[in-house]
Structures are given as C-alpha cells and as structure tokens.
Write a protein that binds this ligand. Structure first.
Ligand SMILES: Nc1ncnc2c1ncn2[C@@H]1O[C@H](COP(=O)(O)OP(=O)(O)OP(=O)(O)O)[C@@H](O)[C@H]1O
Ligand SMILES: [Mg+2]
Length: 368
C-alpha cells in the first residue's frame, strides 16, 4: 500500500460534516490539543503534551455530607466510584456512546451533570498548564444523531475553549491514515460498530451496529460456566477480569485457570474451552455484518475493501481475533485481510488528536 495515496489532510467536504463550536476568538500559542474517545464503558484522552489517560465512564456523588467528609471530595470517578457506588449517587452518563438525559435520550439532569464532570475530569488528567486553551476533538458514535452531538458539544463547552465532534470510526481510521475504502470494526462493551469508509463521512448505509460485543462474551461465558460448573460462584466483574486476562479464540491458547469459590472454598477451575467458545461467538455476526457492507459497495472496489479491515476497541484485544475474522472472511467472502490497530484502547483518542493537529488554525478560529 502506498502511504502517499492516503494523505490524511481533511478536505473541505469532510470538514463540512464536523460539528464545530468555539468560544474563543484569539487562540494564543498556549493551546493544548486533545483527542477524546467518549465511550460507554471507558473514556480516554490523548493530548498534544504527550499525556494519555483513561477512566471508566462512571461518576458518583456522595449522597450526603457524611459521604463528602468520608471521601474528602464531592465527585468520584472511574474505578473509585465503582468501588464506593453504594454510598454514592451513581451515574453512567453514556449509553451506546450517547449522552443520557440530553438530545432525546432517556436520563436525568444528574446524568448530564455527570457527563460534564467526566469530560472536565478527563481533561484535568491530561494535565493542561494553567491558562492553556483546550482545543478538543471528541469522537462520538457514528450513528449519533445531530441532537446528541449537540448535547455533547454543550457539556464539553464548559471545559474546552473549542470543540469539534467527529464520528468515532472516522477518528480511528484517520489515526491509521486510512480513510479510503476501509472497514472499521470497533468492539466495545455494549456494541460492535462496523463502519465502511470511502473518503467521505460515513452515512447510515455505511454502518452496522451489533450488540454481540464484550458484554455479550461475558454473559456467554457465565452461561457456559453455569452449565459446566453449576456449583461455582462468581460475579460479572470476576468473569470480565478473567476474560481480559486470558480471552482468546486460538486453538492453542494459554490455559485459562481461574479460582472461584465452590461451597465457600476457593477452587481452581479450567475454563479454557468455555472462554474460547464464548469469545468465538462474536466472529460470525461480525463477518455477516462485514459481508453486508461489502456486498452493497461498488463491485469494482469490493476486493479492496476486504483487504483493508481495521480492528479496534477494547474487545479487539481477544487474542487471535484478527486471524479468526480473516479466516471466516476467506470462507464466506473469498478473501480478507484484518489488521488490529496498534493501541486498540487509544485508537479513537489518538486519531481524534491527529485530527485536532491537522485542522488549520484558521479553521478552529472560524468556529463559533
Ligand atoms: N484484554 C482484553 N481482552 C478482551 N476484552 C477486553 C480486554 N480489555 C478490555 N476488553 C473488553 O472491551 C470492552 C470495552 O471496550 P471499549 O473500552 O472499547 O468500550 P467502549 O468504547 O467504552 O464501549 P462502547 O463502544 O460499547 O461504547 C469490555 O467488554 C472489556 O471487557
Ligand atoms: Mg468505543
């Protein structure tokens, strides 16, 4: 592949599709550019000062003064909030990447406040200097409506001086400098998003969303263990941790030995085949989705599309998944080449940061 053919500079037509606002007129030298991946389960940031950070997309507020005193803070985020959730007014402000309580999505004022606090927290973790202006590109799900994008802009406004919303698969592909004839598979917790790119912003017909993602693997895994070891006790979190440690679709995978209590006694269980089968269950729906996106594409370019499939998102870290999807593509579609992006957890954020860098200064200024 010739990299010179994938000049990443966004053209006017693409920029047209980006929703922009700015509340600054004179961006001085002191600008911190950030790319933010606002996910349902995890929010990540990549900043032009080299800082990267990620936090679970949950926010908790102590229910009363005693709680505030106990935690010494009025707001808790991520893992800490999950841990203390019982004594908190607890919010997961995003659902399928869309803000709850805004843009016609169910939710309440608390969710909106949580979203606002989550964005300012992730920016704080990028350690901007005092007085530095924040120019942010935020990835939203490709299928997010105008209304929910506007809602994201509204809550981001508070902590950013200039904000641009782009579609998540677009930022992933942009980060890889592959905007033309490429298929992006983004495996999250709640959804797998398949997106076809052909040089413009993806439209409805270019996208398929499946619910056979990370949570689906977890529940399959739970069912399989309940069937093979009905006496074992475990929580969703325990299973998820085992999956993230051992998850694989390979025939020759590292044995998955987990310790779960049976009748109150910690007991080692070999869950290798249960885990492998649960992970493998996501392959057929993905390839079926790819095949729909490929078969409705210009026949002349279908093969090119098959040869340029990008695998991203937390769930793409299941070992051997790229090869397994490739194999299934060969069987179902005759050919296929799948590349897992190098940093699946930061693919969206680093791509968004790259967009921020490449946007001409005048372009940011012109916003408002
Ligand atoms: N090492 C790993 N192996 C397998 N799965 C993993 C691994 N690490 C994380 N995951 C899974 O990835 C999923 C979360 O992915 P990601 O953080 O990309 O989601 P998200 O973007 O917040 O969610 P969504 O796309 O649904 O809005 C979870 O199901 C998690 O268990
Ligand atoms: Mg995501």
């Amino acid at each position: 592949m010739d990299p010179s053919q994938q000049e990443p500079t966004p053209d006017k037509s693409e920029a047209h599709h980006l929703e922009l606002i700015s509340d600054t007129d004179s961006p001085a030298a002191g600008i911190l550019y950030v790319g933010i991946d606002l996910g349902t389960s995890r929010t990540s940031i990549a900043a032009s000062n080299g800082v990267r950070a990620t936090v679970a997309s949950v926010v908790g507020y102590p229910k009363d003064v005693i709680g505030q005193k106990l935690f010494g803070r009025t707001t808790l985020f991520g893992e800490e909030a999950i841990e203390k959730r019982m004594s908190l007014d607890f919010h997961r402000p995003l659902e399928k990447g869309v803000l709850k309580g805004a843009g016609g999505v169910e939710g309440d004022e608390g969710d909106v406040r949580a979203a606002r606090d989550l964005i300012s927290e992730i920016i704080r973790r990028a350690r901007p200097k005092k007085d530095e202006l924040i120019y942010a590109v935020i990835g939203a799900p490709a299928e997010a409506s105008m209304k929910s994008k506007t809602a994201i802009l509204e809550v981001a406004k508070e902590s950013c001086d200039s904000v641009m919303i782009c579609s998540e698969p677009f930022s992933v592909a942009y980060g890889q400098e592959m905007l033309e004839d490429v298929l992006v598979i983004d495996i999250g917790a709640g959804t797998v998003d398949l997106c076809r790119m052909h040089g413009t912003m993806p439209e409805d017909a270019d996208q398929i969303t499946l619910d056979t993602a990370g949570d689906f693997v977890d529940s399959k895994f739970a069912d399989a263990i309940n069937a093979s070891h009905p006496e074992a006790r475990f929580s969703k979190e325990m299973l998820k941790a085992v999956k993230e440690r051992y998850g694989s679709v390979a025939v020759e995978m590292e044995p998955c030995i987990a310790e779960f209590p049976i009748n109150g006694k910690p007991t080692e269980l070999d869950l290798t085949s249960e885990l492998r089968d649960s992970c493998r269950a996501i392959v057929p729906p993905i390839v079926k989705g790819l095949s729909e996106l490929i078969s409705t594409f210009d026949p002349e370019f279908q093969d090119r599309l098959k040869g340029r499939v990008l695998l991203a998102g937390g769930g793409s870290q299941i070992k051997g998944l790229d090869t397994a999807i490739e194999r299934e593509m060969h069987e179902q579609l005759g050919s296929g080449r799948v590349v897992r992006i190098e940093e699946p957890l930061y693919g969206g954020a680093t791509g968004a940061l790259k967009i921020a860098h490449d946007m001409p200064e005048t372009y940011w200024e012109r916003l408002k």
